[in-house]
Design a protein around this ligand. Structure first.
Ligand code: AMP
Length: 230
């Protein structure tokens, strides 16, 4: 039988914030949602890693912090995001992945876009049990050339740990190593988790079970973003 349900389409202006601990799958889902909604994905982690790879002044300043899993100063991030949001491709919306990560950043963002806009934002809090987060992060591998991510068990590259796209050797990111992961999770608990309460009454807030196959998570996200879920 033909599926009579209307196709789920993105809202005319799709603006999303992803909350959730490292390893919850935010990056994967944010990339898919951005492609679906035809809006840019703004990953502050990727932008900072690019600055490090290009050895810019900013990159040199933040590299030691990122390697140990510490957060980069708020003012810096607010400036980077503000500049990015001014580009034309953000007019129809954007998916924020990894920002805001502290209350000061959330307040900075609100000043940038205006309070009303924050109320319209979709906020997805993607939750995954801690042992699964550790498993995902410790097995994660990364292509330094194109920033694609893999997992040694769940999603290995097709050939010899070489990136499917770039052919470069995939490696473990410094901040996916054990000590840095512990620090990132502690930073999350202390500084990012309070944003859940901050956004609960200030946005269109949804708690998402991230401990499911990526396709199931994505389907839920698109049905919410397309306005079909309650
Ligand atoms: P991610 O790829 O989102 O896990 O980010 C990797 C690292 O980049 C984090 O552990 C921080 O060191 C830094 N970072 C990314 N986004 C932010 C942010 N919004 N505030 C502070 N530090 C950030």
């Amino acid at each position: 039988m033909v599926d009579a349900r209307p196709e789920v389409r993105p809202a005319p202006r799709l603006r999303v914030i992803f909350l959730g601990p490292p390893g919850a799958g935010k990056g994967t889902q944010a990339a898919r949602l951005a492609a679906w909604g035809k809006v840019p994905r703004i990953s502050t982690g990727d932008m900072l890693r690019e600055a490090i790879a290009a050895a810019t002044a900013l990159g040199k300043q933040i590299a030691p912090l990122m390697e140990k899993g510490a957060l980069v100063p708020d003012q810096l991030l607010i400036g980077v995001v503000q500049e990015r949001l001014m580009r034309d491709d953000c007019k129809k919306g954007y998916i924020l992945d990894g920002f805001p990560r502290t209350l000061r950043q959330a307040e900075g963002f609100e000043t940038m876009v205006g309070g009303d806009l924050t109320e319209e934002m979709l906020v997805f809090d993607v939750e995954v049990p801690r042992p699964e987060l550790l498993r995902r992060l410790s097995g994660r591998r990364w292509c330094p050339a194109c920033q694609s991510t893999y997992h040694v068990d769940n999603n290995p590259p097709k050939k010899d740990m070489l990136c499917d796209r770039e052919g470069a050797q995939v490696i473990q990111r410094e901040d996916d190593k054990e000590v840095a992961v512990a620090r990132r999770l502690a930073e999350y608990d202390e500084r990012t988790a309070p944003l859940i309460d901050y956004y609960r009454n200030r946005s269109r807030f949804y708690r998402i079970d991230g401990y499911r196959p990526p396709d199931a998570v994505f389907q839920e996200l698109t049905s919410i973003a397309g306005g079909r879920a309650s």
